[in-house]
Design a binder for this molecule. Structure first.
Ligand code: FAD
Length: 476
């Protein structure tokens, strides 16, 4: 089959473009090297839908962040994704920082983002745990937090439901330009190719073009705190940005945890390790913002890698090779900008080449999910009477039932690994980090895919949890 468009990479950018294109009468495929969507940079970030006040005026980052931010309320309703506009506050610790806040407020005006400068007393009324060092803050009320895992999964699920073909475990290794389009991996044909390969965007580009840009990997390490007190911090708190970016933040998450980080270090493209020195430095910096952070509530550390382009702005353009489009160098605020990036690529590049018509039967809504622990007691009872699996809680920390896991496995972008299940339903996300529920989750995956337990991977292909049979564990 020949596709109109092939997208390389199923991160948030590739998934957003795929879903946007699924509205049109065209054949679209997505090629992804991993065994799940959104499994690289889109899966390890701060999950903030930035307001857009701080990117430099005139950059793509500024324009697309502000446009993207405004699209999230409607989008998250259609996609059944948790999103809350909790607002962000950038904090000043001394007079020099206060001058920076004033400069940032001017920039906010130019970017058309509403902000308010608050003094210490005003800040303490809305954030009572701020440290004694905090002198002032810049509030941006339109900033929000999102569930970044389900955002990506539901974008792709909706794209598939509207006709997009997703090929997982399909690493692009060769691209050839022919008279009639492109040939990828000697197998997939397309009229147009969109390079959304994140950290590997430069390598994909160089399969068909001379080197015109380079992606520098920059690691950000984080700590995750358990859900312990809803009122600990209510906004996303930043320090004033430096030349390394927005710096360390403290933020609630949509799952009522708290995120602290990230750091910023040049690294290799696959270095996702965290280390004690960096984590201690993050703790020290965070303590400048908030008093008595309960670090004993830390349940996990992790790292994400920014695909930083040398010019520090998004690269969204047709390459030297006609019909080969680069959408790369999408570092922060790439998540917040993602719907606006997709709109720009589709309306300003793809539809300018050919006027594809809209599908009559396009459905923007993901099929409904049942979230048992979010229902009232009566509603739960009703669902459990219909299906007793909703009454069998597998993940006790996050209160996820066997019924929800079995539902999830039957959807159009289902999980194939323990981590993929965790990203979708939060199974194993809580205090015990899977200690109690991982083995049950493994059995459910093995039964569903008719595999042996030692064929179930934690994350990427071959990251097996069990290496051999022990006391007949496979004979369930
Ligand atoms: C520490 C950190 C904090 C951040 N915080 C925020 C934030 O709070 N708000 C915000 O707006 N943005 C934030 N970002 C930025 C945001 O996460 C990124 O802009 C966004 O995730 C980039 O998405 P992407 O689809 O371009 O890349 P990716 O998510 O990396 O997707 C690229 C995909 O391409 C696939 N791929 C690569 N090579 C191949 C190949 N050869 N064949 C097939 N597939 C391939 C990969 O497997 C991957 O799935 C943060 C980033 C980091 C690292």
């Amino acid at each position: 089959m020949k596709y109109d468009v092939i997208i390389i990479g199923a991160g948030v950018i590739g998934s957003c473009i795929a879903r946007g294109l699924s509205k049109y009468n065209m054949k679209v495929a997505v090629l992804e090297k991993n065994n799940d969507v959104g499994n690289e940079t889109s899966n390890a970030n701060s999950a903030i839908i930035h307001s857009g006040y701080d990117p430099e005026c005139g950059t793509l980052k500024a324009k697309l962040n502000v446009e993207g931010n405004a699209m999230f309320d409607a989008l998250c309703k259609e996609l059944d994704v948790r999103f809350q506009r909790i607002g962000s506050i950038t904090l000043a610790l001394d007079d020099k920082d206060i001058e920076t806040l004033k400069m940032l407020q001017k920039r906010a005006q130019q970017n058309k983002v509403q902000t308010t400068l608050l003094n210490r007393e005003e800040l303490l009324k809305i954030e009572p745990h701020l440290s004694q060092h905090v002198k002032a803050g810049l509030l941006a009320e339109t900033a929000g937090i999102i569930d970044p895992f389900n955002f990506c999964v539901h974008l792709m699920e909706n794209a598939i439901d509207n006709g997009v073909d997703l090929f997982l475990n399909t690493q692009v290794t060769s691209i050839v330009k022919r008279e009639d389009g492109f040939l990828i991996n000697h197998q997939f044909q397309a009229d147009m190719v969109i390079n959304c390969a994140g950290l590997y965007g430069d390598e994909i580009n160089e399969m068909i073009n001379p080197k015109t840009f380079e992606i520098i990997p920059r690691k950000g390490e984080y700590l995750v705190l358990d859900h312990f007190d809803n009122a600990f911090v209510k906004h996303t708190l930043f320090l004033v940005p430096s030349d390394k970016g927005k710096g360390v933040l403290i933020s609630p998450t949509t799952s009522h945890n708290f995120l602290i980080g990230p750091s910023a270090e040049i690294c290799s493209k696959d270095d996702k390790d965290t280390d004690k020195i960096t984590i201690n430095e993050i703790k020290r910096t965070a303590s400048l913002m908030v008093e008595n952070i309960p670090f004993h509530q830390v349940i996990r550390t992790f790292a994400g890698i920014r695909p930083t382009p040398k010019n520090h702005d998004f690269i969204i353009e047709e390459s030297q090779t006609k019909n080969f489009i680069n959408v790369v160098g999408i570092e922060s605020p790439g998540l917040a900008s993602s719907p606006a990036i997709a709109k720009k690529v589709i309306e300003e590049i793809i539809l300018k080449k050919k006027n594809y018509t809209l599908k009559e039967n396009y459905d923007p809504y993901v099929k409904p999910y049942i979230h048992i622990h979010e229902l009232s007691f009566e509603e739960r009872k009703k669902w459990i009477e219909k299906n007793k699996d909703y009454g069998e809680i597998v993940c006790k920390c996050e209160k996820i039932s066997k019924g929800e896991i079995l539902d999830c496995l039957q959807r159009s972008c289902p999980p194939h690994s323990i981590k993929a299940l965790k990203k979708r339903l939060r199974v194993g996300f809580g205090k015990c980090q899977g200690g109690m529920c991982q083995s049950i989750a493994m059995h459910l995956l093995a039964n569903y895919y008719k595999k042996n337990l030692n064929e179930i991977s934690y994350d990427s292909l071959n990251s097996y949890i069990l290496c051999d049979e022990l006391k007949g564990a496979n004979k369930q």
